[in-house]
Design a protein around this ligand. Structure first.
Ligand SMILES: [Zn+2]
Length: 259
């Protein structure tokens, strides 16, 4: 088994794909009520042999779930299925599903002794979902990249959308005291609290982007230099996506294909 969370039904295996966008690596969550004969796997992560082997060893796997379509979360699905044989794969994006219908908001799934409620949480990507898992008296919510263990999330514009993301944060703000089982980095003990902090951070950034524009910033690169003056070069592209998302939020009719 991987690292334990505070929840008896949830543990994670961290993939060896650290980087500026993935923090220490992707967290693959293994969900199963104590004593359950099977598990559900959330986000197999990258196609790393040893990582997939460890996921397989945590099985038998009853269902694979994906929080969203980004490759650091889903690219390992094929390799995992090669090891396990046929296991259904559920995601909001129909292109990623195998053997089951796409996930929709408020779907309820019973798997491995755990009840999973699907929350459509677009913003980071258009297909992002959070998975609110309950086993007995315990609850935890798999947040993918919508809430991270450290720092804040990129709105991967143009697929991601800042208006959607703000609405998502307001929805997650209602999950007081529910641990956020994050897609990268450590567990966050209180999803509701973090969602409110993220919301406040976004609101601050929007004020800064407005200030940059009124000070004469014209291009996304200008705005990045103004809002994030000391940014590590590896993070500049991510900051540009976020700034483009903010600019699109202020001017929603602007052409998303013009960069
Ligand atoms: Zn992502």
């Amino acid at each position: 088994m991987g690292a334990m969370s505070s929840l008896a039904f949830a543990s994670f295996l961290r993939a060896p794909n650290p980087g500026p966008m993935t923090l220490d690596g992707t967290n693959t969550w293994i969900l199963g009520a104590p004593g359950s004969a099977s598990v559900a796997v959330v986000d197999p992560g990258p196609p790393d042999r040893d990582h997939l082997k460890a996921i397989e060893a945590a099985g038998p796997i009853e269902l694979i779930l994906l929080t969203h379509r980004h490759l650091d979360h889903c690219e390992g699905v094929d390799g995992l299925l090669e090891r396990t044989g046929s296991v259904p794969v559920a995601a909001a994006d129909p292109a990623l599903c195998r053997g089951v219908a796409p996930l929709r908001d408020q779907d309820r799934i019973e798997v491995a002794g755990v009840t999973i409620e699907v929350l459509a949480t677009p913003g980071h990507s258009s297909d992002s979902v959070c998975l609110l898992a309950t086993a007995g008296a315990d609850r935890g919510v798999c947040t993918g990249d919508t809430i991270l263990g450290r720092g804040t999330t990129v709105v991967a514009w143009p697929d991601g959308d800042l208006g959607d993301y703000l609405a998502t944060l307001d929805r997650l703000a209602t999950l007081d005291g529910v641990p956020a089982l994050t897609g990268h980095g450590p567990v966050r003990p209180d999803c509701g609290k973090i969602a409110r902090e993220y919301r406040a951070h976004r609101d601050e950034r929007l004020v800064q982007v407005r200030a940059a524009l009124s000070d004469g910033a014209r291009t996304p690169a200008d705005v990045v230099a103004y809002v994030y003056p000391d940014l590590e070069p590896a993070l500049v592209p991510a900051a540009e996506w976020t700034v483009r998302a903010a600019l699109a939020y202020f001017a929603p009719d602007a052409d998303r294909n013009s960069t």
